[in-house]
Design a protein. Structure first.
Length: 300
């Protein structure tokens, strides 16, 4: 009987301390004028987090990088970024190697909660490195919303219900988008595509497209004359001669290839640039719809 009593007492104490733990965390976060300051690394993270935190009282959301920054390959933190991080309670990162500065951020900001949006997502590899462009597969985008929402609930348990409800609404919209995209892309007659950056393997995998060539792996890494010749050969073999550039990249190389092969140039948008404002809420969905229209037009 005594044993049972102690067991119950221990359980009670444990439960109380767990509850207190949550409370303390929330108080910790709420300390700064009752505000939780969340900073996102780049645009796709901003879009997801803006949907999850929509209308939640006391949340201040900032996108660290400038609207035209794009992907963060080899990105170096600026003085402004460091000031932004100084004021942050939570930092939302894509992970999977997109933010090469992430270790430095974790080391220098011990009290910052860092959210890894790509937790448990299986990654494709390019030349032995994980490909970080996971959000371009809608299933992964949904998983990222779940990851951000769950980790935000632990960081700010006072608003957990609101984050969960918002995440559920947004995931519903993403599932609808995914069904529409599958439906729209199921009957296209050609599936071989040439792109300009390693952004689309996840997208291609989800929608059964074959990326036969990637022309510029990183911005500014232009192909050598020999590579250019090989690319021209590959493009000439395509049943539908089309090239997909990205609005974030200079079209010069694409124009050269187009001149040599007669290929048409279209733009696919990896959704990495845009203003951190109200419009961002639907930016992923609207841009994906535009990408589908572009693919249908290009590959008909
Ligand atoms: Zn990229």
């Amino acid at each position: 009987m005594k044993k049972l009593f102690y067991l119950l007492l221990t359980m009670l104490l444990l439960a109380t301390s767990l509850l207190a733990g949550c409370g303390n965390n929330a108080q910790e976060s709420a300390k700064k004028n009752g505000q939780l300051h969340i900073v996102t690394s780049f645009y796709p993270m901003y879009i997801a987090t803006a949907n999850i935190t929509k209308g939640v009282e006391g949340v201040q959301l900032t996108n660290m990088t400038k609207p035209q920054t794009g992907c963060l390959h080899d990105y170096q933190l600026t003085t402004d970024d460091m000031k932004t991080l100084e004021k942050a309670d939570v930092f939302v990162a894509n992970g999977a190697g997109m933010e090469s500065f992430l270790d430095k951020v974790i080391k220098e900001h011990k009290n910052l909660t860092v959210i890894d949006a790509s937790k448990d997502i299986s990654l494709l590899e390019e030349n032995g490195q994980p490909n970080p462009h996971v959000w371009l597969d809608v299933d992964n985008a949904i998983k990222q919303v779940e990851n951000i929402s769950q980790q935000l609930c632990s960081a700010d348990p006072n608003h957990a219900e609101a984050y969960k409800a918002n995440a559920a609404v947004y995931i519903g919209k993403l599932k609808e988008l995914q069904a529409d995209m599958n439906n729209e892309l199921k009957d296209i007659s050609h599936r071989d595509i040439v792109t300009f950056h390693e952004a689309f393997p996840y997208f291609a995998q989800e929608f059964n497209l074959n990326i036969i060539k990637v022309i510029e792996r990183e911005p500014g890494s232009e192909p050598s004359p020999q590579e250019l010749e090989d690319i021209i050969k590959d493009v000439n073999k395509l049943p539908t001669k089309v090239l997909f550039t990205e609005p974030q990249y200079s079209p010069t190389v694409a124009e050269t290839i187009a001149r040599e092969t007669g290929a048409h140039i279209y733009a696919l948008d990896p959704i990495v640039t845009g203003e951190a404002n109200e419009q961002a809420l639907d930016a992923y969905i609207n841009t994906m719809k535009q990408n589908v229209l572009t693919l249908k037009e290009a590959l008909k």
